[in-house]
Design a protein around this ligand. Structure first.
Ligand code: CAO
Length: 415
């Protein structure tokens, strides 16, 4: 069966996390992704956070599935020549080097565009044009500069970064979308173009509801679904909202049976207006259905803390899974706080191909997160990440180099 992106060839000049998440997705959608790495070292993540000495880390293997690896020293003239041959034969170049690194390699947009006017050049940078455009950026810097950290955490604590890699993987997703749009536009324009996804901008896009709240706060001086309401104070900027729901239906994380010893014995509980009578019945507070202090969503905003405290008395008598079963019968939106151990063992995530076991030649079996995007006509088979330079010969032969050329390149240290 052909894949959605069959025939699309990606020159993957990415490293660490943001760029590789993008090209991994494109590979899962069926593109031929050729990862170019420095001879001897490769992507720095191969050696970071290693759990087995001398073996490519999980950090690397979980971000580089379904790719081919070519080693190439692009700072050597012969290496650069190979890279330029690749540029002529690929559809997209994806990179996430520090600002200016591509230009220092002699690979300006103008030069690439001259070599291959159809090529799409896609970049992740920390910041867009402006005062920080020359800065190197990692995940948590983007979370801080994109508005996530200042709005995450509890009101009496410091800013907090989230475990979800919204700066790296979130930006990779944005970049992948930009590349697909550019590939589509090329079908009628015939031209390549530059695609830029700055990490700050991508994080802000994911924090858009907090910019919504900033404007609501400036207009009304208060945010009624936030834990600061009604007793606390609001300042000039959107405060940290603890576990309050980001939407119009109040929610909070509540303790469940076993919370004293299990750090994840919790459930997220949403008091959706449509099922308020059911919530009251489940917790044994039928009087709240008609009591005017609780009967309307507006009235309840004044009492969210005592309401959740009362619901928690009920959730603490059930495990998170027992509570889920009961609440689901009433269509009450809720969700268990799942540990990574529970997720790794979840049979349904395994069945859907979102948690996948992969065999790797030097590390053996390991778990990975498969393609979360499911296309009915383009199913994903998750293949292991390549070893460093595993496909150098194969790819160079495809480009027209012969055994003698390879020997010369090897002797020169270019591959
Ligand atoms: N052959 C020869 N040289 C190569 C090469 C190859 N195949 N691949 C890379 N290089 C060189 C680059 O040309 C660059 O050299 P110069 O600095 O001399 O120009 C050098 O390797 C390193 O590039 P870098 O500055 O991008 O790498 P770094 O480790 O110092 O910084 C990072 C890493 C992530 C901070 C930086 O790349 C960056 O800010 N990227 C943009 C934002 C981003 O994607 N951040 C997310 C990273 S994931 O958390």
């Amino acid at each position: 069966m052909s894949k959605a992106l069959s025939g699309v060839r990606i020159l993957d000049f990415t490293h660490v996390q943001s760029g590789p998440t993008c090209t991994q997705l494109l590979a899962w959608l069926g593109a031929d992704v050729i990862k170019v790495e420095r001879p001897g070292e490769g992507d720095a993540t191969r050696g970071q956070l290693r759990d087995i000495p001398g073996v490519d880390s999980l950090y690397f293997t979980m971000l580089n599935h379904n790719k081919r690896s070519v080693t190439l020293n692009t700072k050597k003239p012969k290496g650069k020549q190979v890279l330029e041959t690749l540029i002529k034969q690929c559809d997209v170049l994806v990179e996430n080097f520090a600002p200016g690194a591509m230009e220092r390699m002699g690979l300006s947009w103008e030069h690439i565009n001259k070599l291959n006017p159809r090529m799409i050049v896609a970049s992740v940078k920390g910041f867009g044009p402006g005062r920080y455009e020359d800065c190197k950026v990692y995940e948590n810097v983007a979370q801080c500069a994109g508005g996530a950290a200042s709005t995450t955490g509890f009101e009496d604590g410091p800013p907090v970064v989230t475990g979800a890699q919204i700066g790296d993987s979130g930006t990779g997703l944005h970049l992948a979308l930009g590349i697909l749009a550019a590939l589509y536009q090329r079908t009628h324009s015939g031209r390549g173009q530059k695609v830029l996804a700055p990490m700050q901008d991508a994080v802000l896009n994911l924090c858009r509801v907090k910019l919504r709240d900033q404007q609501r706060l400036e207009r009304t001086g208060s945010l009624h679904e936030y834990p600061q309401y009604p007793d606390g104070k609001f300042g000039e900027a959107v405060p940290r909202a603890g576990n309050a729901s980001g939407g119009g239906q109040p929610g909070w994380i509540l303790r469940c049976k076993g919370w004293e010893t299990d750090p994840n014995a919790y459930i997220y509980f949403i008091t959706q207006a449509a099922v308020w009578p059911s919530v009251c019945k489940v917790i044994g507070e039928e009087g709240w259905i008609t009591d005017e202090a609780y009967a309307t969503p507006q009235a309840r905003l004044l009492h969210l803390k005592p309401i959740f405290a009362r619901i928690e008395q009920w959730t603490m008598t059930k495990t998170k899974f027992e509570a889920m079963e009961i609440l689901n019968e009433y269509d009450i939106p809720c969700g268990p706080i799942l540990s990574m151990k529970e997720i790794a063992e979840d049979p349904w995530l395994r069945k859907s191909g979102t948690v996948v076991e992969v065999e790797h030649p030097t590390r053996g079996k390991h778990l990975t997160v498969g393609n979360p995007i499911k296309l009915s006509d383009s199913p994903t088979e998750v293949l292991r990440a390549p070893l460093l330079g595993e496909h150098t010969e194969e790819v160079l032969m495809e480009l027209g180099y012969d055994a003698h050329d390879l020997e010369v390149l090897r002797a020169d240290g270019a591959i």
